[in-house]
Design a protein around this ligand. Structure first.
Ligand code: G
Ligand code: G
Ligand code: MN
Ligand code: NA
Length: 254
């Protein structure tokens, strides 16, 4: 209850910040896009991680106003990131929860965020998990609407939910993100590596890009590369960075 009230107040006061974790090419290490990850800074200088408040925000519906703020802030930050020399095409990905798809107006929120930042639609990527759209009659429609705006869609945490091939090609995804739990085991499990190889094959057939999440070691990077995976994200390349450091990352990697 205390956390709920604090969360409500924090949303009213826009007391959150977005950090940005690079998604890179596994071979060149060049940046492909930044994933926006929300943080809740505290008075004492600490920062609350999203797994401590996103689930509550989802249960209570507070994710709707919080998500609206995240979209606007991410679009605004994307415009700044794009002003770095040589980075005019960099994209920013925003995580969108099932609950946000369940209320009308998501496409309007996205359009509003783009307009207020002066950004084209292809500057944004929306990441969603399988459960956000699976089994929802209206989920697919909202997704089509957002896709029609020209925004790229990524399926997040692939392999953890009720992964089904049928919706992968029915819904307009551009990118598939392989869950960290698969990546964790590539060094010890030959089967895992082969599964990733298989996922990459399916993704190729469907014309999807593949990002491996949670890449922490050089050995994982090279095994993923051998499995045909082109992109990755994880502590091996970079943690999530505050905006000023993300700007510096672009300068130093460009
Ligand atoms: O940043 P990280 O380490 O700790 O994120 C933990 C979880 O919180 C992840 O599952 C991530 O998808 C989720 N998350 C982080 N930022 C956002 C956000 O802006 N919106 C939503 N809906 N989920 C987020
Ligand atoms: O659910 P989603 O994929 O959006 O969440 C991203 C989460 O993964 C964030 O909490 C982020 O901090 C975390 N993360 C990013 N890279 C790594 C990594 O290399 N290892 C681990 N353990 N977690 C990571
Ligand atoms: Mn994500
Ligand atoms: Na993920």
């Amino acid at each position: 209850a205390r956390l709920h009230r604090d969360l409500e107040t924090a949303i009213e006061q826009n007391a959150f910040v977005l950090y940005y974790q690079p998604v890179v090419d596994l071979t060149t290490r060049g940046i492909v896009y930044f994933e926006a990850l929300v943080r809740w800074p505290q008075q004492d200088g600490g920062v609350v991680a999203p797994d401590r408040f996103i689930p509550l925000a989802e249960e209570t519906g507070l994710i709707v106003p919080l998500g609206r703020w995240i979209l606007r802030q991410a679009a605004h930050d994307a415009a700044l990131l794009r002003r770095e020399p040589g980075s005019q095409d960099v994209r920013v990905a925003v995580n969108v929860s099932a609950r946000q798809f369940a209320v009308p107006g998501l496409a309007a929120d996205v359009t509003g965020a783009l307009e207020s930042a002066g950004l084209p639609a292809d500057a944004l990527v929306i990441e969603l998990t399988e459960s956000a759209v699976l089994g929802r009659e209206d989920g697919g429609a909202a997704l089509e609407e957002i896709h029609a705006l020209g925004i790229r869609l990524a399926i997040d945490d692939f392999g953890t939910g009720y992964s089904s091939l049928s919706y992968l090609h029915q819904l307009p995804f551009h990118t598939l993100k392989i869950d960290r739990s698969f990546v964790e085991e590539v060094e010890t499990s030959r089967l895992r590596t082969e599964l990733i190889h298989g996922i990459v094959g399916i993704a190729d057939t469907l014309g999807l890009h593949v990002v491996a999440e949670g890449v922490e070691t050089e050995r994982q990077r090279s095994l993923l590369q051998e499995a045909g995976c082109q992109y990755g994200q994880g502590f091996l390349f970079s943690h999530a960075l505050p905006l000023d450091q993300a700007l510096r990352y672009l300068r130093e990697s460009g």
